[in-house]
Write a protein that binds this ligand. Structure first.
Ligand code: 48F
Length: 259
């Protein structure tokens, strides 16, 4: 006899175990796009306690749809080794570029994250940072539907040694930090520069250059890094996002170890 309430109990117990073990994190990453997933997986593989918060139902960000919903993505040679680490099959082309199926690639990144013990919370929207002693030390989270419906329900808080805005084009968290804390960021003007138009060659390079700690314990990766630092956009080429995630991993690891 199948006991329906046992099914409910298991879901509740297992979810709350995951949630409780994420109250004091080593790294809290906002946004499950390619840059956030790569950074999270590499940190978790080194044994750090990592959570990724994704406001949508499906993690993966802007990678599923390739370019204009043609579900293939292009990668340049420099990022090949990262995709090999995630066991993604690539096709080599005469012009020096590689392609892969965007659905295979996105699902491989998600699968690797969860396999590496990253705690992945989908349907959870990060609405604010925790700010103490001139440093970011956690996140404020709520259910996405609560936020979308404008329900008057208070969020809850988690602490983390480092926090990363990997929210893509809107760079939501960095925006909120500047607006609410009025802090000076590690950007050319000290403020939120805003994303520039399309220039794939420059944008790809800048995504990696702009991946950094922009405030104490607060990092940016991927398109959020270009949004905050005034970099160009680059469209459906994804090497820069993967390389940004890998760089963010190294920087956060160093920061966590330094304390
Ligand atoms: O945009 P996204 O894929 O981030 P990325 O790593 O990669 C960018 C590329 O996909 C593409 C591109 C390549 O040329 O430009 O756009 O920079 O993923 C960001 C994820 O963050 C989630 C959002 O739903 C998406 O899945 N997100 C955004 N704001 C929040 C959030 C929030 N406040 N809380 C939780 N998740």
């Amino acid at each position: 006899m199948l006991d329906d309430t046992k099914v409910s109990e298991l879901i509740i117990d297992e979810y709350f175990k995951k949630l409780k073990s994420s109250l004091h994190l080593d790294a809290a990453i906002v946004g499950a796009g390619p840059s956030g997933l790569v950074a999270a997986t590499l940190l978790a593989r080194d044994g750090f306690n990592v959570a990724v918060y994704e406001s949508k139902l499906a993690p993966g960000g802007g990678m599923w749809g390739g370019g204009m919903m043609f579900n293939e993505i292009v990668i340049q040679r420099e990022a090949l080794d990262i995709l090999k680490m995630f066991n993604v099959r690539l096709k080599e082309h005469d012009n020096g570029y590689y392609t892969c199926d965007s659905v295979e690639c996105t699902s491989a990144l998600i699968n690797s994250a969860v396999n590496s013990k990253v705690k992945l919370f989908n349907l959870v929207k990060v609405v604010d940072t925790v700010f103490k002693d001139d440093a970011v030390c956690g996140l404020v989270i709520n259910w996405t539907p609560v936020e979308h419906m404008g329900l008057h329900v208070d969020p809850i808080t988690v602490y983390s040694k480092v926090v990363m805005d990997a929210t893509g084009h809107p760079a939501e968290l960095a925006n909120t930090l500047v607006r609410k804390a009025g802090v000076k960021l590690n950007t050319p003007s000290g403020g939120f520069e805003g994303e520039r138009p399309m220039n794939a060659e420059v944008g790809e390079r800048q995504t990696v250059e702009n991946t950094k700690e922009i405030y104490n314990n607060f990092f940016v990766s991927g398109m959020a890094a270009n949004g905050v630092c005034g970099g160009f956009r680059m469209g459906p080429i994804f090497g820069g996002m993967l390389l940004s995630g890998q760089k963010a991993y190294g920087l956060m690891k160093e920061r966590i170890k330094r304390g």
